[in-house]
Design a binder for this molecule. Structure first.
Ligand code: DGL
Length: 259
């Protein structure tokens, strides 16, 4: 069973990591669209077109399940992908629902891209799942740049994080949603910069569980013989430099995507 995974760049590797934890033997084929990164500042129709061509490619390469490891791409493309493809398409959206269930202050902060927050789907998510909760959004384009550059710690990361979370904490948010797949790579620093009692939620583990549930009953997925292939539309050299930081201890082959 081959799982095709895509994101605007290397952020979705945070989801690949979770899928690999649940399904050790699954064959994973990932496309990092780093030459188009960020998606977060692009119009929804452009994101949808681009994601559809990458999804077509993953299907041609034999993917039997498609994982849109990108909140921005899910918000703008998952509906049309599900209507087009005869295979399971797993998407992800900022974890507004679980955050609203655990907030004690009644204020939830959502860190996400402009593209995710601007979509009608996000408003529906808030209206449906955050009744009586104040949801404050905060785009963090610098986080994506930091992760694509491999700057996962240090003064620059701390500064970007402090700037993004200050207004949320000042509004008394006690749950922060990591609503973009790049952000979990900054989680250790974010954890250091928030006060005790403030929770962080990331959707990656829930997406991995969903993928695992689609594959339940498939043989050989627990054995430790993973085949992970990662392609980039950006620089292969940069991808190879990033992988030991983003996926420490994991083996993967890499190549340049031909589009
Ligand atoms: N990783 C993506 C997401 O989950 C988008 C980052 C970007 O390209 O702006 O939304």
């Amino acid at each position: 069973m081959k799982i095709g995974i895509l994101d605007s760049g290397v952020g979705g590797l945070s989801v690949l990591k979770e899928i690999h934890k649940c399904l050790r033997g699954a064959e994973l084929h990932y496309v990092a669209d780093s030459s188009w990164c960020p998606y977060g500042n692009k119009p929804g129709n452009i994101i949808c077109e681009r994601v559809t061509s990458i999804a077509d490619y993953l299907l041609e390469q034999g993917a039997e399940i498609l994982v849109i490891a990108c909140n921005s791409a899910t918000i703008h493309a998952v509906g049309s992908l599900r209507a087009t493809y005869p295979l399971p398409v797993v998407g992800m959206e900022p974890a507004v629902k679980p955050a609203s269930e655990i907030t004690r202050s009644g204020v939830v902060g959502v860190l996400a891209t402009e593209a995710s927050i601007a979509g009608e789907k996000f408003h529906q998510l808030v209206n449906t799942h955050a009744k009586g909760v104040r949801v404050i959004t905060q785009p963090c384009p610098r986080f994506v740049e930091l992760v694509e550059a491999g700057n996962l710690d240090g003064p620059e990361a701390e500064d970007a994080i402090d700037e993004a979370i200050a207004p949320l904490l000042a509004s008394n948010a006690d749950v922060l949603v990591l609503g973009c797949t790049h952000y979990p790579f900054l989680r250790p620093v974010i954890e250091r910069r928030i006060p005790d009692g403030v929770n962080l939620i990331d959707t990656g583990p829930a997406v991995a569980k969903r993928v695992a549930s689609l594959l339940s009953g498939t043989p050989d997925l627990s054995k430790d013989s993973p085949e992970i292939h990662i392609e980039t539309t950006g620089s292969l050299e940069q991808l190879n430099l990033l992988l030991p930081k983003l996926l420490p201890g994991m083996e993967a082959t890499t190549s340049e995507a031909g589009f």
